[in-house]
Design a protein around this ligand. Sequence first.
Ligand SMILES: Nc1ncnc2c1ncn2[C@@H]1O[C@H](COP(=O)(O)OP(=O)(O)OP(=O)(O)O)[C@@H](O)[C@H]1O
Ligand code: SF4
Ligand SMILES: [Mg+2]
Length: 324
Amino acid sequence: MEKLFEIKKLNMHYPIIDGLLGNIKGYTYALNDVDLDIYKNEILGLVGESGSGKSTLGNCILKLINPTSGEVVFNGENIISKTKKELKSFRAQAQLIFQNPYMSLNPRMKIYDILKEPFIINGIKDKQQINEKIKKIISLIGMQEEVLNRYPHEFSGGQRQRIAIARAIILNPKFIVADEPVSALDVSIQAQIVNLLLDLKKHLNLTMLFISHDLSIIKYISDRIAVMYLGEIVEIAEKEELFDNHKHPYTQALLNAVPVISKDKTPKILLSGDLPSPNNPPKGCKFHTRCPYVMEICKQQHPDLTNISETHKIRCFLINKNKS
Ligand SMILES: Nc1ncnc2c1ncn2[C@@H]1O[C@H](COP(=O)(O)OP(=O)(O)OP(=O)(O)O)[C@@H](O)[C@H]1O
Ligand code: SF4
Ligand SMILES: [Mg+2]
């Protein structure tokens, strides 16, 4: 499979600033040595508890924020070291759809102007070309041309998210980060938007990083799934493998929390205790404070993300135990 992204040793440590003196008093370790490949034309699902670093990863991949260190190689080029000017073509090719369609559309702009804006930003001025593309995209997202003359507040949440999606895909991007794109919507509308994203992915040959808390949506939409815990990927596999043959105790606990999804025959583990703070993550395996299988080595040493098959990786010392 051809790689669109190669993410290497990506770290994002947000400084925690002392309010009075303005000194750095610590760091939030939001991403820690993340290594991840994203293949062309796949939907990679990203799951994990709130605060595990999912949005930070999506934002770093798009270079909306500058990571502390590491590389994000897109089509063979490291975008992290690029200047603003050099990033222009990347920006058109990689777009973000985010959670809240109420906030992502400028309330003072008509839909036509909202959809025209990406062309202006990218220096495209041909009015006929722009109008044709806007009409095409409006039909692609299942809306009528009359919406172009209206304002965002005249639409429901689902319709607004369709418009936000239209804006994200209007310049034919290759890659989309969809960060919880349906979690602010009514459950009844969520399936329509998820199906729209799936249709668009097929039509436009998109590659997508799809972030969600909702395991049933992740299961429906993804080709592969990565599980994050405290800024690290702890398991990654193809969808079926991840749901039917997961190996990491944290993945097991996440899936056990949704009984309908889990066909798991292994003993149930329940996620007890809160997620430790990413400002002061546990030493050794970051999951050791909550893991029912914790061993002495887990408290001392940090497990690597290791292949257990060509397409399945986990970060857990249990794999060594099973081998010996
Ligand atoms: N701009 C920022 N400045 C400082 N800390 C941040 C910033 N953005 C995120 N963080 C912190 O980094 C950690 C990871 O946050 P992030 O938003 O990436 O998690 P998430 O997995 O997307 O969570 P959620 O599911 O709630 O959206 C959290 O501890 C968060 O408080
Ligand atoms: S390394 Fe140890 S603590 Fe971490 S998940 Fe595996 S068994 Fe649990
Ligand atoms: Mg988030």
